[in-house]
Design a protein around this ligand. Structure first.
Ligand code: AN7
Length: 347
C-alpha cells in the first residue's frame, strides 16, 4: 500500500519538489467492535487504530507532511512543544531526515514512553517548569526569532496531513460514518478530520458527512466552558491543554457538522480505557479513551445510535504510558518455580 503522501497527494500540499519521505505512516486498521457495539446499541461501531502508526500515534500523519515541506524549504532544524506524542513523532521524522530536533515539554507531565521515544531518536528535549500552553507560547516566540521550523499544528501542513485519517475511514466504509467520536486536546485533530470529510464530499468521494463528537478532559475543558483554563489537570496528560491552538477549528467542526464538544471525567476516561483493553483487546493510551468515554456518556444521555455507523478514534498506543496501565490493571500474580503453585492459579 502506498503511504499517505502518495495515496492522497491530490488532497495534500505536495509539489513535485517535495521529498516523498515515509516511515510507514497511515493505512491504520478500522476494526469492528461486535461486543461494545451491542452493549451501546450502535448499528455499527468501529475503532480507528491510530496507535498503529510508526511512532504510535496519529501525529505521524501530519508530521510526515510538515517535515517533508520543511526539507523542501531547506530547513535544518525543527521544534515543537508537546504533551508527548508530537515530540515522539517530530523526533522520529527529524531523525529520518537528518534534521536537528528541539522539543519543549511540560516537566513531569508527559508519559515516559513518549519521552523515551524522543530521546532515543536523538532529539534535544527540554523539560520546562510550566504547562503545555506555556511551552507552546515559548516555541512560537522562538520560531519568530530564529530560523527553526515550528512543527506544532500551528504549522498548517500538520492539519493537512492529519486529514488523511478521514479519507481512510471514508474509503474503508464506502462513505463517511454518521458519527465520529474523538478526544480533543489542542483541537488540531478534530479540525483536520472535519476538513478531510468536507473535502472528500466536495470531491464526490463520500455523499454524507459525520457529526463531529469531540471530548475534552473535564479538568481541561476550555472549549466546553468557553474560557481558557489556566491550570489544566487530567490523568490523560496528552490532552492536558487549557488553551487549544485550533479552538476556532473545533467550534466550526462542531457547529457545521451538528455535533458536540463535551467533556469526560478522569474516572470516565479510565473506565473506558480499561473496557477497551479488557473487552476488545485494544490498548489505547488514556487520552485516546476519551473518545469511547464520550460515546458511552452520549448514549447514557439518550443519544440513539441504532442503525448508525459510528467511528471512535483511538489516537495513541497504550504502551506509551505503562505507569497508568499498571495502576489501572489487576496486579501480577507472583509464584515460585513450582508447578503446584501455578496450578493453583490456573485451575
Ligand atoms: C493520544 O502531542 O497535543 O486535539 O503535543 O496525544 O489534535 O491536540 C497530543 C494530543 C489526542 C489531542 N490523543 O489531539 C501533543 C498533543 C492523543 C494525543 C490528542 C493528543 P489534538
Amino acid at each position: 500500500m502506498t503511504r499517505i503522501l502518495e495515496r492522497y497527494r491530490d488532497f495534500l500540499p505536495i509539489t513535485a519538489a517535495t521529498p516523498a519521505i515515509t516511515i510507514g505512516e497511515g493505512d491504520t486498521p478500522l476494526v469492528r467492535s461486535r461486543k461494545l457495539e451491542k452493549e451501546l446499541c450502535c448499528g455499527e461501531l468501529y475503532f480507528k487504530l491510530e496507535g498503529c502508526n510508526p511512532t504510535g500515534s496519529f501525529k505521524d500523519r501530519g508530521m510526515v507532511v510538515a517535515v517533508a515541506r520543511a526539507m523542501e524549504a531547506g530547513s535544518e532544524a525543527i521544534i515543537c512543544a508537546s504533551t508527548g506524542n508530537t515530540s515522539a513523532s517530530a523526533a522520529a521524522y527529524g531523525a529520518h531526515c537528518g534534521l536537528k530536533v528541539f522539543i519543549l515539554v511540560p516537566r513531569g507531565n508527559i508519559a515516559l514512553g513518549k519521552l523515551a521515544q524522543a530521546l532515543v531518536c536523538g532529539a534535544r528535549v527540554i523539560g520546562m517548569d510550566g504547562n503545555f500552553d506555556q511551552c507552546l507560547q515559548m516555541v512560537r516566540t522562538l520560531t519568530q526569532r530564529h530560523p527553526i521550523t515550528l512543527v506544532n499544528s500551528l504549522n498548517p501542513h500538520r492539519i493537512e496531513g492529519q486529514k488523511t485519517a478521514a479519507f481512510e475511514i471514508a474509503d474503508a466504509l464506502g462513505q463517511a460514518p454518521d458519527y465520529l467520536f474523538l478526544p480533543v486536546g489542542n483541537a488540531g485533530n478534530i479540525t483536520a478530520y472535519w476538513r478531510g470529510f468536507v473535502q472528500y464530499r466536495e470531491a464526490g468521494r463520500t455523499g454524507n458527512l459525520p457529526r463531529m463528537m469531540g471530548f475534552e478532559a473535564e479538568g481541561a475543558a476550555a472549549i466546553v466552558h468557553n474560557k481558557v483554563i489556566e491550570k489544566p489537570e487530567t490523568i490523560a496528560t496528552a490532552i492536558r491543554i487549557g488553551n487549544p491552538a485550533s479552538w476556532q477549528g473545533a467550534v466550526a467542526a462542531r457547529d457545521e457538522s451538528g455535533g458536540i464538544i463535551d467533556c469526560v471525567s478522569d474516572d470516565e476516561i479510565l473506565k473506558a480505557y480499561r473496557m477497551l483493553a479488557a473487552k476488545e483487546g485494544i490498548f489505547g493510551e488514556p487520552a485516546s479513551a476519551a473518545s469511547l468515554a464520550g460515546l458511552i456518556k452520549s448514549v447514557r444521555n439518550g443519544l440513539s445510535l441504532t442503525n448508525r455507523k459510528v467511528v471512535c478514534v483511538i489516537t495513541g498506543n497504550g504502551l506509551k504510558d505503562t505507569d497508568t496501565a499498571l495502576k489501572q490493571a489487576p496486579s501480577l500474580i507472583e509464584v515460585p518455580a513450582d508447578l503446584a503453585a501455578i496450578e493453583q492459579v490456573v485451575l
